[in-house]
Design a protein around this ligand. Structure first.
Ligand SMILES: C[S@@+](CC[C@H](N)C(=O)[O-])C[C@H]1O[C@@H](n2cnc3c(N)ncnc32)[C@H](O)[C@@H]1O
Length: 197
């Protein structure tokens, strides 16, 4: 099943994208400026929303996902360079980026603390960190269900943790959280933070 994930991803996401995700992604991504780093770009769902940025350096470890993004890279309105690597080991110099974008990716990154350290290392002071993530819900019954489902879910969905507390990880990483917006009763959050190093 995990091997099929890159092929099924866009099809599985289509109803969600149509319902609300397109609006959330476009609203968030349009806040990007300057030189942008996108983490775990997958099939490139965000690429069409970038406007008025200098360029996007986009990383993705899974070549099967990146292959699905080729058409979107060609259609994008800004230059996009891609790199096959992980968020825990970014091949960029310190203080390189004005904005970092990460959508639906912190659930899957094996070592999110290390990824957040790397993001801060490559970000300029004051850089915007724009995230859209599903997270563990505050309501106990839902949160417990997410914890119970995660072992199976991880196997089916390419290592995705349903029970990750990404807002807590960000708030405790040294980033300054400026704005959090909740969707679907807190299952999804946009988290806008800044690098204050
Ligand atoms: C659910 S997909 C989301 C893709 C895309 N960001 C989106 O919004 O549709 C999660 C992505 O995270 C990538 N990923 C997994 N581990 C990663 C890591 N350590 N660093 C960066 N990306 C990673 C996966 O390969 C996959 O493409």
């Amino acid at each position: 099943m995990a091997g099929l994930f890159p092929h099924l991803y866009d099809t599985a996401m289509q109803p969600l994208e149509k319902m609300r995700f397109e609006k959330i992604r476009s609203g968030l991504v349009r806040k990007a400026e300057g030189r942008v780093l996108e983490i775990g770009f997958g099939t490139g769902a965000n690429f069409r929303y970038y406007r008025n940025v200098e360029r996007v350096d986009a990383i993705e470890p899974n070549p099967a996902m990146s292959r699905q993004a080729i058409k979107r890279i060609k259609k994008a309105q800004i230059p996009i360079a891609t790199y096959q690597t992980t968020a825990e080991n970014l091949p960029f110099a310190d203080n390189s980026f004005d904005t970092v974008v990460a959508t639906l990716v912190f659930c899957t990154i094996p070592n999110p603390e290390q990824a957040l350290r790397e993001i801060q290392r490559v970000s300029k002071p004051g850089a915007k960190i724009l995230m859209f993530e599903h997270v563990i819900m505050d309501q106990k019954i839902f949160g417990k269900t997410q914890v119970a489902l995660t072992p199976l879910w991880k196997k089916l969905c390419d290592g995705c943790h349903l029970d990750r507390d990404t807002l807590w990880l960000v708030a405790n990483s040294g980033l300054k959280v400026d704005k959090v917006t909740s969707y679907y009763k807190g299952l999804f959050l946009t988290i806008e933070s800044r690098c204050i190093q």
